[in-house]
Ligand binder design. Structure first.
Ligand code: SAM
Length: 313
């Protein structure tokens, strides 16, 4: 299959996200022993960017933790547009390793990730089967409990087939969409989410993406996104967080809540914020505020055990 220039630009967003994460980790924003395998170097980013990434990663972690608290390790995590996310390895180092961890991204991304895993013992030793083997089948990596699959999320038939090949089941599922859905056309994103809501009677979906893009600051973000291959049709990203949550309920999730990242940041414990604020001086407090109010985290769930997941739960 050949990729369009738009696809290439989208694929490159993973490099950018990985480098930003590596930069913030090096500066002490959070700990990640694995990110440096996936980004060989990272130029220093602006403090506002580092702070934004901290809130993003920390917020995802809070809800990942809440999910695991509620269903234990007999569950699955499905990482949509996983990029070079290191969550699998970070969880392996805790007591919270999950039953089945499935990662999906374009084959151009998963094949690179696969290559990096195979080259680095510290990554490989945490995924191999008891006999120390991993299996590569049709370019996808399969092992007991970890699957890395090349897949176009715009193609539902492929998503279905790939999830089945990785042993996805009706067990409680955590669905992650960190800065991914924005790269799908709204109708494709909706179809994907509707399918997932329909397939997993007990699940929690975390969506981190842009919001409130209807204003002037948002217009600049829209231009940047379009330069990165997004096809932004319709008012989806102009929506405020509450409307995004309503959108997820309309697609089949029973509960959905959303917060802009300013609210997320303010919900962090005082000592957390104080520690992070001491890491770097902010040149432009106003810029951070603008950025924070143009990103949102949505949590949508099905099943009673997840109904009380909340920012301050
Ligand atoms: N979730 C990761 C993170 O937050 O670090 C990566 C985010 S990166 C900004 C977006 C990712 O979504 C890229 O790796 C890209 O290849 C993937 N992606 C975008 N559209 C996709 C599609 N149609 N099918 C599969 N992956 C896609």
């Amino acid at each position: 299959k050949s990729w369009t220039a738009e696809d290439e630009a989208i694929i490159a967003t993973n490099t950018d996200a990985t480098e930003c994460k590596r930069c913030a980790v090096e500066l002490g924003y959070w700990k990640d022993d694995y990110i440096s395998y996936f980004a060989k170097h990272a130029d220093r980013k602006a403090p506002e960017i580092n702070r934004g990434y901290y809130a993003r990663v920390r917020a995802m972690e809070i809800f990942i933790h809440q999910f695991l608290e509620r269903c234990g390790t007999k569950c699955q995590i499905i990482n949509l547009g996983c990029g070079f996310d290191t969550l699998y390895w970070r969880l392996k180092d805790t007591t919270q390793a999950v039953g089945n961890f499935i990662e999906l991204d374009f084959p151009a991304v998963t094949s690179k990730k696969c290559h990096i895993i195979k080259r680095n013992k510290q990554l490989l030793e945490k995924i191999s089967n008891e006999d120390g083997e991993v299996m590569i089948r049709e370019g996808d990596l399969h092992s007991d409990g970890y699957h890395l699959l090349g897949c176009d999320l715009r193609c539902l038939a492929e998503v279905r087939r790939k999830l089945a090949s990785a042993g996805a089941s009706a067990a409680p599922a955590l669905l992650l969409a960190e800065c991914v859905l924005v790269y799908l056309r709204p109708d494709a994103a909706d179809a994907l989410l509707r399918h997932l809501a329909d397939s997993f009677p007990r699940c929690a979906l975390l969506v981190y993406e842009q919001c409130n893009l209807g204003d002037q600051f948002g217009a600049v973000m829209v231009r940047n996104l379009m330069a990165r291959g997004c096809v932004l049709e319709g008012p989806r990203l102009a929506r405020a967080p509450a409307e995004q949550a309503a959108g997820l309920r309309a697609l089949g999730f029973e509960q959905a809540r959303a917060w802009d990242m300013e609210a997320v940041w303010r919900s962090f414990p005082d000592e957390d914020r104080a520690r992070v604020e001491a890491l770097e001086m902010l040149d432009e407090r106003e810029l951070l505020l603008q950025l924070n109010s143009h990103y949102a985290l949505c949590v949508a769930t099905r099943g009673d055990i997840f109904a009380d997941m909340d920012l301050n739960a």
